[in-house]
Design a protein around this ligand. Structure first.
Ligand code: ZN
Length: 126
């Protein structure tokens, strides 16, 4: 199913194709601090509809994953390793129909804190 979404100000908009009935709530340091609810989307099924150079990225620790956000409104939109064979993690709260859809979705917790200790340290951006 195809979904559309955007950051708060609209400078970053996307289209994403995915089938899901669940939201992932991860307890690693970045997910905890920013409160995203995640949906995995196969990288080729995620398409930006706006200028990709608008995005800003944040990486920390081993810098394997970049967390992309809008520099105007500050909203995080998705995270990606840049590997086209892997899924990007979409901030489900940026979906146009977040409330309509998520009402019917199960919320699953993911123990990223222990399963990926590399995502855990805060303040290690150097
Ligand atoms: Zn924005």
């Amino acid at each position: 199913m195809s979904h559309k979404g955007s950051c708060h100000c609209g400078a970053v908009a996307y289209q994403a194709e995915f089938e899901t009935s669940s939201l992932i709530e991860c307890n690693c340091s970045i997910c905890t601090t920013r409160g995203h609810l995640l949906v995995p989307v196969p990288a080729p099924k995620f398409q930006l509809l706006t200028d990709p150079t608008v995005l800003s990225g944040y990486s920390y620790g081993k810098k394997v994953i970049t967390h992309y956000f809008c520099p105007t409104c500050g909203i995080g939109v998705y995270s990606s390793s840049g590997d086209p064979t892997r899924s990007i993690m979409l901030n489900a709260r940026t979906l146009e129909q977040f409330w309509e859809l998520s009402t019917h979705w199960e919320r699953k917790t993911y123990n990223g804190k222990d399963r990926h200790p590399e995502f855990n340290p805060k303040h290690q951006n150097q």
